[in-house]
Design a protein around this ligand. Structure first.
Ligand SMILES: CC(C)(COP(=O)(O)OP(=O)(O)OC[C@H]1O[C@@H](n2cnc3c(N)ncnc32)[C@H](O)[C@@H]1OP(=O)(O)O)[C@@H](O)C(=O)NCCC(=O)NCCS
Length: 176
């Protein structure tokens, strides 16, 4: 489902364009940002491929830019998940722009789009318990923690990760 020019108070969410790759590489090459992303830090080729894979109707991730100066500060994952009318949402932002509410602001706009335009039934999100910033965003969005899976995911370094699983239902969105 193409997402173009969803605007919030401070942000614009749009499809990726080919020359976004350098801005994407700036933060996806940062080991601190990619600590909880299974692929780990991107090479320039991986950043280019990520952008190229997310430029059409099959896109699973979308660029987030500051409206003031068009600076690309991160991206949102938003795509179908298992189950009918169910999407997964996720977020990755440049470290220089953390802690300003951008992930929450962009996610809130996508939840609204998901429930009110796409008529989704359920939107889910997952993260590691150690990734406090990520599950804080989920809680600020009003998502519920539904599960804490133990050692369910194997890291590239062969350690096992726990996972928190959060969700929000359509009826919860409309009665929040
Ligand atoms: C997760 C991430 C997208 C959040 O982006 P952000 O724009 O900083 O998020 P917000 O400002 O909307 O909210 C972050 C919240 O976490 C809190 N927080 C951040 N780090 C924290 C920590 N170590 N301990 C406790 N709270 C923390 C912030 O205070 C804020 O909560 P508050 O508004 O109640 O104060 C960003 O940290 C990031 O890009 N991380 C790396 C990529 C990643 O791990 N993505 C998720 C994979 S599951």
């Amino acid at each position: 489902m193409p997402i173009d020019d969803i605007e919030t108070q401070r942000l614009r969410i749009r499809s990726f364009q080919r020359d976004d790759w350098q801005a994407v590489y700036d933060y996806t090459s940062d080991p601190a940002v990619m600590m909880y992303i299974p692929e780990g830090p991107f090479t320039p080729e991986q950043a280019r491929a990520f952008v190229a894979d997310n430029m059409d109707e099959q896109a699973r991730a979308f660029a987030v830019l500051l409206k003031t100066d068009d600076m690309l500060v991160g991206h949102m994952e938003f795509h179908p998940w298992f189950g009918p009318q169910t999407y997964e949402i996720g977020w990755t932002f440049n470290r220089a722009h953390h802690g300003q509410g951008y992930a929450t602001e962009a996610a809130m706009a996508l939840l609204q789009h998901g429930f009110e335009a796409l008529h989704l039934h359920r939107i889910i999100a997952t993260c590691q318990p150690e990734n406090v910033a990520s599950w804080r965003v989920m809680e600020k969005l009003g998502m519920r923690r539904e599960a804490h899976f133990r050692k369910c995911f194997r890291r590239p370094d062969d350690r096992w990760w726990d996972e928190y699983f959060y969700a929000l239902l359509e009826e919860e969105w409309f009665t929040r």
